[in-house]
Design a protein around this ligand. Structure first.
Ligand SMILES: NC(=O)c1ccc[n+]([C@@H]2O[C@H](COP(=O)([O-])OP(=O)(O)OC[C@H]3O[C@@H](n4cnc5c(N)ncnc54)[C@H](OP(=O)(O)O)[C@@H]3O)[C@@H](O)[C@H]2O)c1
Length: 293
């Protein structure tokens, strides 16, 4: 069975290829695709086939999907362009007669009011209407949206957000990638399946701050801001305004439960407990100490 992974030059896609190999896939059955083949050199060295593919270049996609039985379609990162790009991916998968298209989406994509959900909802619709068998992996937030900020949290003694008391079911990218690999390798995986994926233990941003404080021994508290003030703070920290606005909107959604997932689908798919927020924070603090030692 030939499995093609798009976005393999990125973090999630790369981890998904590694998870496929760890789960026993033959490297020669796996095709890793991306725009820049040099970023796939390590996978090529392990025997994985690598093919250049750009979501904006339909011919490259058709060539990449030639002979594919299953495709992991990692959502693109160029917000605003993704519906057109993703439509190209779906059309190429149809042309290649792909047997299962597995798309990485966002929780409750069909009803979510998050700004980020709009392109996922449109993509899911294009996929549903394509006639292809599909699986949607509706991934909640990555823990890695928070852990790289641990040095900043410690510097300011604060986690800033606009998520109120909302729970976020963040999980490690590697766990979401492992779930994708499990689905891709499951002979019983059938089309028309939605997996709502998130960490088993959801948390508030106040609990995130408490975990950083516990792991570091320093005072770190959560400051909840109005959404507009969070945008201003993020812009002040150097983020472009449109990006800051999307992040603040995500926090507004977290306050309303938009990234809370209680299905247990992630733990069930990977067959083990996902990495918890406290484990990830402890690792980040340990790594920071080692880097500063
Ligand atoms: N759940 C979350 O918390 C969260 C957070 C951020 C993003 N996301 C979504 O999840 C996806 C995967 O996350 P990630 O952390 O792996 O992101 P990432 O490291 O930025 O990887 C994004 C991947 O998409 C590829 N891509 C973007 N535009 C493309 C195009 N026009 N043609 C071909 N490939 C294209 C990138 O290729 P290049 O290497 O060529 O740029 C890269 O391989 C993101 O793209 C985004 O849709 C989810």
């Amino acid at each position: 069975m030939t499995i093609v992974v798009t976005g393999a030059t990125g973090q999630l896609g790369h981890l998904a290829v590694e998870a496929l190999l760890r789960r026993g896939a033959d490297p020669t059955d796996v095709v890793a695709t991306g725009r820049d083949l040099t970023k796939l050199a390590d996978l090529a060295e392990r025997g994985v086939r690598t093919v250049a593919a750009d979501y904006s270049d339909p011919a490259s996609l058709r060539a990449a999907f030639d002979g594919a039985d299953r495709v992991l379609f990692v959502s693109g990162s160029e917000v605003g362009q993704r519906v057109a790009q993703h439509t190209n991916v779906v059309e190429a998968a149809v042309a290649a007669g792909v047997g299962l298209l597995v798309y990485t989406s966002i929780p409750q994509a069909d009803t979510s009011d998050l700004v980020l959900a709009q392109e996922h909802r449109a993509t899911e619709q294009v996929i549903r209407e394509s006639g292809l068998p599909w699986v949607f992996l509706r991934n909640s937030w990555y823990l890695e949206n928070y852990t790289p900020q641990v040095p900043t949290y410690l510097e300011h003694g604060a986690v800033l957000g606009a998520a109120g008391q909302g729970q976020v079911s963040a999980a490690a990218r590697a766990d979401f990638a492992d779930a994708a690999a499990a689905v891709l390798l499951d002979p019983g995986a059938t089309g028309g399946t939605v997996h709502e994926l998130g960490g088993t233990e959801s948390f508030t941003l106040a609990e995130l701050a408490a975990a950083v404080a516990d792991a570091s021994g320093q005072d770190v508290t959560y400051t909840d801001l109005p959404e507009t003030e969070l945008v201003a703070a993020l812009v002040g920290a150097g983020l472009p305004e449109p990006y800051a606005a999307v992040l603040a909107d995500a926090d507004r959604g977290i306050a309303d439960g938009a990234l809370e997932v209680t299905t247990g689908d992630l733990e069930r798919l990977i067959g083990r407990a996902p990495t918890t927020m406290r484990e990830a924070v402890t690792d980040a603090v340990t790594a920071l100490r080692a880097a500063r030692a």
